[in-house]
Design a protein. Structure first.
Ligand code: SF4
Length: 448
């Protein structure tokens, strides 16, 4: 039973010191009850109270890590139903399934395609997260394919089988790499729980419907398995959406512990072999609320849009996307090339950068850390002001790479040119175009 705000308040020091970032203990208690704060934020809470509040302090959705090393991923740990309430925490993992019954050449092709499925967007790397190996009823083959795929792709594994002998055989070979075991069912529950405990691996539980899967999860937790993933085995895309929303709402709003785990989805099972429909269903899973999404292929035409969708949904709305603050080069610039400056709001950077590229003329672009704000907003907020621009230019070392001392500022902040000249003795300040789209013409006019 979830604790109420008043239950929690009774356990707090009631000094209203504000050290938790909230003005009063009562307000902090209310936030804790709603999963919007962490007990650790109060440095004065007693050990006794910590023990009493452990259920309220526990995250409503457990984080589960699959794999080890640089490509390991964690799903879960979400605290809100909607991204705009705060932020989503761990992006859904998207991967591909291979059948152990396929030929070695086919399996190698899948593993290689998964490893190569890497994209960069707004300076962030996005990649295929894992390979799921589906059993064929042959323990030796399943084990060999699991080993082959792990070595070839370097990615975390999901081992899919309902046969305990087959699963046990593969775990003997790759269990140390912490694959996700998929899945314990009513029929295989005891043996799969034992395998998960023996190898210290996360365990998926599969049963039809949220109620049945909650029952298996509760039994697995009672048996000592901590890292659990839910599979409600939906028969249609509509049932999948219903189950995902029900599970997430039960965990976060109702604080129903048996459903407080991430989920795994197989959109291809619902799409009848239609790859386009599978991709559409996967998009629905990313939006609501699949955690581990298993696809039948990783062709760029489906991975890139899904990864972009994921990137947008799992970006923290409280923190604007930012480009790295540094000097960027365009078109092999030399000592005479012009130096532009702008802010590190991603959209601003990419618009300015694309126009500089389009000009096909060499230049430098200094991206000033303005806490991710666009030019005018940053200026109004005091983040893109002469003092800050001068500090950036001086620290960047650009003056050793150019023979002139001219900096070109966006036309939108023409009003700072005088003050910037005072901040940068020995430099001249030129006001550039108001719109980035006019940069190519501006550069050509200067060169002629
Ligand atoms: S830090 Fe603790 S004692 Fe201080 S106001 Fe917050 S909850 Fe109360």
């Amino acid at each position: 039973m979830a604790l109420t705000g008043l239950d929690i308040f009774k356990q707090l020091p009631k000094t209203n010191c504000g050290d938790c970032g909230v003005p009063t203990c009562l307000a902090f208690a209310m936030k804790l009850a709603q999963g919007q704060a962490e007990l650790a934020s109060c440095p004065h809470v007693s050990e006794e109270a910590k023990a009493a509040l452990s259920s309220a302090a526990a995250p409503p959705m457990r984080g589960v890590t699959v794999g080890t090393g640089e490509h390991a991923f964690t799903v879960g740990e979400e605290t809100v139903m909607f991204r705009h309430d705060k932020t989503f925490v761990n992006a859904a993992a998207i991967g591909v399934a291979v059948d152990a019954s396929a030929t070695d050449a086919e399996i190698d092709a899948h593993a290689d395609a998964a490893a190569a499925s890497v994209f960069e967007r707004v300076q962030q790397e996005m990649r295929c997260g894992f390979v799921a190996v589906r059993g064929s009823g042959d323990p030796a083959r399943f084990r060999a394919v699991a080993e082959r795929v792990a070595a070839r792709s370097g990615l975390p594994l999901v081992l899919m089988s309902t046969d305990a002998t087959e699963m046990g055989s593969a775990l003997e070979a790759v269990g140390a790499s912490r694959p996700l075991i998929h899945a314990a069912t009513e029929a295989t529950f005891d043996t799969f729980v034992a395998l998960a405990q023996q190898h210290g691996c996360p365990l998926a539980v599969r049963a039809e419907g949220a109620g049945a899967v909650a029952g298996l999860a509760e039994r697995a937790a009672a048996a000592g398995v901590k890292d659990i993933v839910l599979d409600s085995a939906p028969g249609t895309a509509g049932a999948a959406l219903r189950d995902h929303v029900l599970v997430r709402r039960s965990a976060l709003v109702k604080k129903y512990a048996p459903l407080g785990y991430p989920s795994i989805t197989f959109p291809g099972e619902l799409a009848g072999g239609d790859a386009m429909l599978e991709t559409v269903y996967a998009a629905a899973d990313i939006a609501k609320y699949g955690s581990i999404i298993v696809l039948s292929g990783v062709e760029p035409w489906r991975m890139l849009p899904l990864l972009v969708l994921r990137q947008n949904i799992f970006t923290d709305p409280q923190r604007p996307m930012q480009a790295e603050s540094k000097i960027y080069e365009f078109g092999s610039p030399g000592p005479d090339s012009p130096l532009f400056v702008t802010t590190n709001f991603s959209l601003t950077y990419f618009i300015v950068a694309s126009e500089l590229e389009a000009s096909k003329m060499p230049g430098y672009l200094g991206v000033v850390d303005a806490e991710g704000l666009s030019v005018l907003t940053a200026w109004a907020a005091g983040k893109f002001v002469p003092e800050r621009i001068a500090k950036f230019v001086n620290a960047s070392g650009i003056s050793e790479r150019i023979s002139h001392h001219e900096v070109i500022i966006p036309g939108a902040v023409a009003q700072i040119s005088g003050e910037l000249t005072e901040e940068m003795p020995g430099w001249s300040v030129t006001v550039g175009p108001y719109e980035a789209a006019d940069l190519p013409a501006f550069m050509k006019a200067r060169a002629s």
